[in-house]
Design a protein around this ligand. Structure first.
Ligand code: ZN
Length: 377
């Protein structure tokens, strides 16, 4: 890795979007399946990718192995150390001071925010997934007429100690959401439609009116609203995940002053940067893509920062399951930021003092401001 500017190397990160880590050891098959959002392919390895190259270059030394160690040797070393020690090493090496943890995606047991914070030596905060709360309300037996009130009340309880909420409308209906706050009567009609069609036992919310209702519930709680934007796994229809589709809704939310946090964004990071420039309440990151693009992460960051004001860009790893992904996200972000600022210094675009200030903003201060983390850290 290139030498980092000292203030980039030493600046603690606020990771504003991440998930828990696995409670179990990860064998080679687990590493293969969790390295990226990809589904793999017969006869191939997920590690033959930009993310894989960087994983094998950067991760083995954290466990005391040489760079590019064979995967079998790597998995054996992991098993020898045990999952807790492995998690601790990578999470500490990531250098985060605060984590905002999305607790709504749990395909298998993962650490709670408090446990994750303990492993990382960081303060952990919860982000509550809106659709999950609505689905829990319906699973508890609430009918269409009581849906709006029950969701508002469940959200007020669930977010009492949370610092933000998250919408996965991108995964369910796409981001082409209307702007208006739906009336309770419209919500009841939509909920009735949903309940009539829902599979028993596992209600899955995918309705434009209800997604929009949930977003406005988050705005009413005055909590920053995160949106999944851009790429994810094969469940997303990527062409419906362009953040520009959110423009009418962003315009409607603007007067409230509630921050809207656009997550991931790739390959729409330039569109997202535009939205961050023109809307004062919109923030953007490049999470998930940072470690998936590996050696190309500096190009991604430079493109995201073409228009996005430096006061509106935040760091996230979007790591899930493998503690290595927290470390990879952080290491590649630091490398990309350092290279970006170094180029600016060489071009005499700003002074060292300004570069240090920009580093504090991107790594931590912008997120602290948006989530009002100041009093809690
Ligand atoms: Zn995520």
């Amino acid at each position: 890795m290139a030498d980092l500017l000292p203030y980039v190397a030493g600046q603690p990160l606020v990771d504003h979007h991440c998930h828990g880590v696995l409670r179990r050891d990860a064998d080679v098959a687990t590493l293969e399946s969790m390295l990226s959002e990809g589904a793999g392919f017969p006869g191939g390895s997920a590690f033959d990718s930009q993310a894989g190259f960087m994983f094998r270059r950067l991760c083995p030394p954290v466990l005391g192995l040489p760079r590019h160690a064979e995967l079998d040797d790597y998995a054996a070393r992991r098993a020898e150390l045990g999952s807790t020690e492995v998690s601790k090493r990578f999470l500490v090496a990531a250098g985060a001071s605060a984590l905002c943890v999305d607790t709504g995606y749990v395909p298998e047991p993962v650490t709670s925010p408090a446990e994750l914070g303990d492993l990382a030596g960081a303060t952990a905060h919860e982000i509550v997934r809106l659709e999950r709360v609505a689905e829990d309300v319906v699973a508890a037996g609430v009918g269409a007429d009581g849906f709006a009130d029950a969701v508002r009340s469940a959200l007020a309880t669930r977010t009492a100690a949370a610092v933000g909420v998250k919408s996965i409308a991108a995964y369910r209906t796409g981001l082409d959401l209307g702007a208006e706050r739906p009336a309770d009567s419209e919500v009841a009609t939509a909920a009735g439609r949903w309940l009539a069609d829902a599979q028993p036992g596992t209600p899955r919310l995918a309705d434009e009116t209800l997604q929009r209702f949930l977003v406005w519930c988050g705005v009413d709680l005055r909590l920053p609203v995160q949106f999944h934007v851009g790429y994810g796994d094969s469940d997303v229809d990527l062409h419906r995940c362009n953040p520009l589709l959110l423009t009418p809704l962003l315009r409607a939310i603007e007067p409230t002053g509630v921050p809207v946090m656009l997550l991931h964004n790739y390959p729409y990071h330039r569109e997202a940067g535009y939205l961050a420039q023109v809307f004062p309440h919109v923030y953007v990151d490049a999470g998930l893509a940072t470690h998936n693009l590996g050696a190309r992460a500096p190009a991604l960051l430079a493109e995201a920062l073409e228009l996005a004001p430096f006061g509106k860009f935040v760091y996230s790893s979007d790591a899930f399951g493998l503690p290595e992904l927290y470390y990879l996200g952080a290491a590649l972000f630091r490398t990309a930021l350092s290279a970006f600022l170094q180029t600016g210094l060489e071009q005499d675009l700003y002074t060292e003092r300004t570069a240090a200030r920009l580093t504090r903003m991107l790594c931590a201060d912008n997120a602290k401001r948006a989530y009002r983390l100041g009093d809690q850290m």
